[in-house]
Every structure is written in structure tokens, then in C-alpha cells.
Design a protein around this ligand. Structure first.
Ligand code: NDP
Length: 446
């Protein structure tokens, strides 16, 4: 059995019933195989055995009271996966599907993603099985306060700096920050994604979506193509999806879909800025369902229960959740002429789908490269906080551009160097891995 296969066996045995974590580890292990022939010291020092085991896993009870004064109990988590190149960094997800396996997959991916950003950040992820949908602002606040009362013991601006993810946006970051400040009596950059008036960075809300589009532009550039005039499908309608649509519109592409967990909006006329403002109002202010869009805009259809992948497009931007593109979905995209997939979400394409994209020479930007703009600007928010300064919008956007270009270059060049030209999966995984592995070697057995 090969070294890499033996690690996979160990991971499955040690982490039973966590299929998403197994999937994320397998994808990385399969693509970094060629490194071990060149760098035998990694195997000798058991880097993979160490890298697949979180440095620390924290689980805790989160008791809170709802608006009817009933006691509710959720479970909270923080996975501090790897701190070889910087403090743990990664989002918090509040969604009923959250359990250890989801957070371990996300934290594991985060280690490689953060490594690619060129910024000094380790990998972590956390969250809760709390469902913010249908809860009042006061219920969300009481939950966030209880969650942070425990989490605050384990995080800090030089230790672990959480941010948002699914179900955790500006409102939740505000409540979490308020409680941290109250308990610790410290006003520090302990969380990113803060509002502008109390330490947030310009462009942070936009960064993941904008970054996924910049990454797409870079991929298209390798074939002398441009995003202008392209028909695009986007899934999701949350933070990442909204700013993906905004940037695509700015660059002259036409976006014809968005979605939520109930179904897809297909608008052949394009989701222009005015329609996007309506989407933002539904999702961010009224916290309603995307189906309302089809009631307001004639010509748009609501595809109940469907995902966007049967709609014809040139470029696809999955921006909702993991495993939202299956093998058959990927086949439908390819059949309809899709030439590019840039993943705003984490691990949105399942292994069958990835294989189909790669076999058909689709420009395929895996999440850990394509959506790294979010954490990159979080890193810039940390830098601004520690210097007590705030950079103008143009400055942050310029740096985001530069970082996405650098991530693209690292992935592209590394893939070519290892004999897999244009394979961004291999390129991103190897480039991300080598930097972390070398740091682990430097720091000894810790
Ligand atoms: P939001 O909570 O703002 O939005 C999530 C969107 O995805 C909503 O439209 C939601 O629909 C939909 N969605 C969530 N779960 C499912 C599901 N199981 N099936 C179908 N649709 C679903 O989250 P974000 O936009 O922040 O995150 C989206 C993705 O991007 C995630 O994979 C996240 O990990 C990734 N990501 C986010 C970053 C960030 O900076 N926020 C950074 C890097 C990656 P509904 O309203 O019905 O739940």
C-alpha cells in the first residue's frame, strides 16, 4: 500500500462517519502524490499523519432561551486545525447540518487555502447546528452571546480569529464581537467581517465573490478569453453569490441564475444591478425566500427544488454549499457548453463532477484557490486592525486583485511543474501543501 493510501485508511479509521472530511482529505492526498518522490523528508517526518489530525478540537454546549422563554440547547464547535504559518483563521457556520465532519472538512481545506493567500494565517473553522432561519434578532443575539461566552476562552487576535460563513453575516459578527469585548474587556481584531465603524475593512463583504470572479478572469486569460459577454450561472443568493453577481455585472457578463435551498431563479434577461438590489433586500433585510423574485420580475422563472446546472451557460459560479454539483450536473454543464467553473463555495463539486470537468478541459478553479479572496481580505482586516489604520477601498481591492493573481499563478505554475498543465486542483493542493509542510519541518515535532 502506498504512503498516501495508508494515510487515507488511517483518516477513515480515526474519523468514522465523517464522509465530507474523508472527501476533502482524499482530494488533497490524490493530488499531492507526486510531491513525495521529490521530497522524501515529508514522509520521514510523518507530515501527513500530523497534517490530517487537528491540533485541537473544541466542542461545547450552547444553552439559550427563545422568545417564548423556552430553553434551547445547541452544540458549538471550533476546530483549530493547523497553526504552522499563522494564527488559526477560518469562518463560523450556523446551519442545522453542522457537525464535526463538516467542520473538519472546512478547516482542513482552510489550511491549504490560507497558505495560498501568501498571508500568515493557519487554518480553523467552527460553528453550530443552530439554525438562524426564522429566528428573531433577539433570539440570534442571545444565541450568539451564549456561543461566544464559551468560545472566547479559546480565541484571540494572535491565537485564532474567526469570521463569517453560511448563516453568519454582519449581524452575527456584531453580536459575537460585542460579547467577546464585554467578557474580555478588550477591543481587538478577534473577529473579521466587522462593520466599518468598529474595525471592519472595506471590500470584506465583497471579497469572496469578487475574488472568485477575478480568479475566473485569470483562468480565462490563459486561453486569451475574457469574461465580458459571457453568460453565467450562479448558485446561492447569500454573501458570496450576491457579490459574484455584482462583479460579473460590472465586468459586462450576464448572470441568468441565482438560487437558495428551495430552488433556482432563471432570468434569461439577466440579473442586473436593480434586480440584485432586490435580491439583497430579500436575503439580507427581510430574510425571505428567493422565489419572490419570480413574482416581481416577469420573464423570470422559479425552478422549484432545482439547482441551476441544467441552464445553458459559458461560466458557472457555484456559491451555495458543498456537493451541490454532482457528476450528472457536471455532465449537463459540459454538454451545454460551459467552459469555466470558479468555485465561490467550499467543495461544491463532488469527486465525479471534478473528474468530468478535468476530463473535458473545463477551466476548473477549486474553492480553495478561487474563493480565497474572502479570507485574504480578512487577513488584510487583521493587518489594518493591528496597525490601527484603515485603507481606502481602492487599496484593498488592488491588494485583493494582486492576491488572486498570485494564487492563480502559484496554482498554474505548480501544476505545470509537476506535469499536470492547467490542472488547478493539483496546482493549488501542492502549492498550499508544500508551504505548510516546510513550516512544520522548520518548527520540529509539535
Ligand atoms: P450565506 O449564508 O450568506 O448564503 C448561503 C447561500 O447558500 C444561501 O442562498 C443558502 O440558501 C444557500 N444554501 C446553504 N445551504 C444550502 C444547501 N444545503 N442547499 C442549497 N442551498 C444552500 O453563506 P455564504 O454566501 O457566506 O457562503 C456560501 C458558500 O461560500 C459556503 O460554501 C461557504 O463555505 C463559502 N465561502 C464563504 C466565504 C465568505 O466569506 N462568506 C469565504 C469562502 C467560502 P438558504 O437561504 O435557503 O439557506
Amino acid at each position: 500500500m502506498s504512503y498516501v493510501d495508508s494515510i487515507m485508511e488511517l483518516v477513515i479509521k480515526r474519523n468514522p462517519a465523517e464522509p465530507e472530511f474523508h472527501q476533502a482529505v482524499k482530494e488533497v492526498l490524490d493530488s499531492i502524490q507526486p510531491v513525495f518522490a521529490r521530497r522524501p523528508e515529508y514522509e520521514k517526518n510523518r507530515i501527513l499523519e500530523r497534517l490530517t489530525e487537528p491540533e485541537r478540537t473544541i466542542m461545547f454546549r450552547v444553552p439559550w432561551t427563545d422568545d417564548k422563554n423556552r430553553i434551547q440547547v445547541n452544540r458549538g464547535f471550533r476546530i483549530q486545525f493547523n497553526s504552522a504559518i499563522g494564527p488559526y483563521k477560518g469562518g463560523l457556520r450556523f446551519h442545522p447540518t453542522v457537525y464535526l465532519g463538516i467542520l473538519k472538512f472546512l478547516a482542513f481545506e482552510q489550511v491549504f487555502k490560507n497558505s495560498l493567500t501568501t498571508l500568515p494565517m493557519g487554518g480553523g473553522k467552527g460553528g453550530s447546528d443552530f439554525d438562524p432561519k426564522g429566528k428573531s434578532d433577539m433570539e440570534v443575539m442571545r444565541f450568539c452571546q451564549s456561543f461566544m461566552t464559551e468560545l472566547c476562552k479559546y480565541i484571540g487576535p494572535d491565537t485564532d480569529v474567526p469570521a463569517g460563513d453560511i448563516g453568519v453575516g454582519g449581524r452575527e459578527i456584531g453580536y459575537l464581537f460585542g460579547q467577546y469585548k464585554r467578557i474580555r474587556n478588550e477591543f481587538t481584531g478577534v473577529l473579521t467581517g466587522k462593520a466599518l465603524s468598529w474595525g471592519g475593512s472595506l471590500i470584506r463583504p465583497e471579497a469572496t465573490g469578487y475574488g472568485a470572479v477575478y480568479f475566473a478572469q485569470n483562468m480565462l486569460g490563459t486561453r486569451d478569453m475574457d469574461i465580458r459577454g459571457k453568460t453565467c450561472t450562479v448558485s446561492g443568493s447569500g454573501n458570496v453569490a450576491q457579490y459574484t453577481v455584482e462583479k460579473l455585472n460590472q465586468l459586462g457578463a450576464k448572470v441568468v441564475t441565482i438560487s437558495d435551498s428551495n430552488g433556482t431563479i432563471y432570468d434569461p434577461a439577466g440579473i442586473d444591478d436593480e434586480k440584485l438590489a432586490f435580491v439583497m433586500d430579500i436575503k439580507n433585510v427581510r430574510r425571505g425566500r428567493i422565489s419572490e423574485y419570480a413574482e416581481k420580475y416577469q420573464g423570470a422563472k422559479f425552478l422549484d427544488g432545482a439547482r441551476p446546472w441544467s441552464v445553458k451557460c459559458d461560466c458557472a459560479f457555484p456559491s451555495a454549499t458543498q456537493n451541490e454539483i454532482s457528476g450528472p450536473d457536471a455532465a449537463a454543464l459540459v454538454k451545454n457548453g460551459c467552459i469555466l467553473v470558479s468555485e465561490g463555495a467550499n467543495m461544491p463539486t463532488d469527486p465525479d463532477g471534478v473528474k468530468i470537468f478535468l476530463d473535458n478541459q473545463v477551466l476548473y478553479g477549486p474553492g480553495k484557490a478561487a474563493n480565497a479572496g474572502g479570507v485574504a481580505v480578512s487577513g488584510l482586516e487583521m493587518a489594518q486592525n493591528s496597525q490601527h489604520v484603515s485603507w481606502p477601498r481602492e487599496e484593498v481591492d488592488r491588494r485583493l486583485h494582486q492576491i488572486m493573481e498570485s494564487i492563480h499563478r502559484q496554482a498554474f505554475e505548480t501544476a505545470a511543474d509537476y506535469g499536470f498543465p492547467s490542472n488547478y486542483v493539483v496546482g493549488a493542493n501542492i502549492a498550499g501543501y508544500v508551504k505548510v509542510a516546510d513550516a512544520m519541518l522548520d518548527q520540529g515535532l509539535v
